[in-house]
Design a protein around this ligand. Structure first.
Ligand SMILES: Cc1cc2nc3c(=O)[nH]c(=O)nc-3n(C[C@H](O)[C@H](O)[C@H](O)COP(=O)(O)O)c2cc1C
Length: 191
């Protein structure tokens, strides 16, 4: 393969999307959309997450040191795109009805419609110039019963939940179809 050098970019390197759930000082839930999320090993499986700039999610995590990470599926995409494009500091953002429940182990809001959710506790903050990396312990994983059951193949289960990928500032379905540019699916979000 003949390659050319270009400026730093992660185009053509698909990422999984998560909605991070936090509570503010009044106990109100906030969700934001994030893709700079991966895994670490330190005697047990953990998570690393990077948040750039200032946002409500970051402020809430700093105060409580806990958050949830909820897997984004095709069914959730319009809402996820909305939650990734409207800042939490806008009073309108969380006025729409979103079904949530409390974490089973940590006081974090869980998105009921997501089939996989992590309950995360930050063990280490690594501040950067304009961002912050957080190393987290996984205190609990909530998985839809249909995934946790010992029935059906992983491939069948992944096709059923259809996680969304993102790269090149577009969203892609589990089977590779273009689901629109960032900022487009939110036009289909319901009340
Ligand atoms: C597809 C997509 C992925 C995003 N991933 C990240 C990310 O990994 N880190 C980050 O700091 N912001 C990311 N954002 C921006 C946040 O979702 C956005 O700032 C949002 O308003 C955060 O929610 P909050 O303001 O309620 O905290 C992403 C946005 C989109 C549309």
């Amino acid at each position: 393969m003949s390659k050319i050098s270009i400026q730093p970019t992660n185009d053509f390197c698909p990422q999984t999307l998560f909605l991070y759930g936090t509570y503010d000082d009044q106990g109100k839930a906030d969700f934001g959309l994030f893709c700079w999320f991966s895994y670490i090993w330190d005697g047990e499986l953990g998570v690393m997450a990077c948040i750039g700039g200032n946002k409500l999610t970051k402020e809430n995590i700093h105060k409580r040191k806990v958050f949830s990470a909820n897997l984004v599926t095709e069914a959730l995409l319009p809402l996820a795109d909305y939650l990734g494009n409207i800042p939490g500091h806008s009073p309108e953002k969380m006025k729409r009805s979103i079904e949530t429940e409390m974490g089973r182990v940590l006081p974090v809001p869980i998105l009921t419609a997501s089939p996989v959710a992590f309950e995360l506790e930050v063990k280490q903050f690594i501040p950067l110039q304009d961002g912050e990396v957080m190393l987290c312990a996984i205190r609990n994983v909530l998985q839809d019963e249909s995934l946790a059951k010992n029935e059906g193949s992983s491939s069948e289960k992944l096709n059923a939940i259809a996680p969304v990928h993102t790269t090149c500032r577009h969203y892609y379905s589990w089977d590779g179809k273009d689901l629109g540019a960032w900022g487009e699916p939110m036009s289909k979000v319901g009340g």
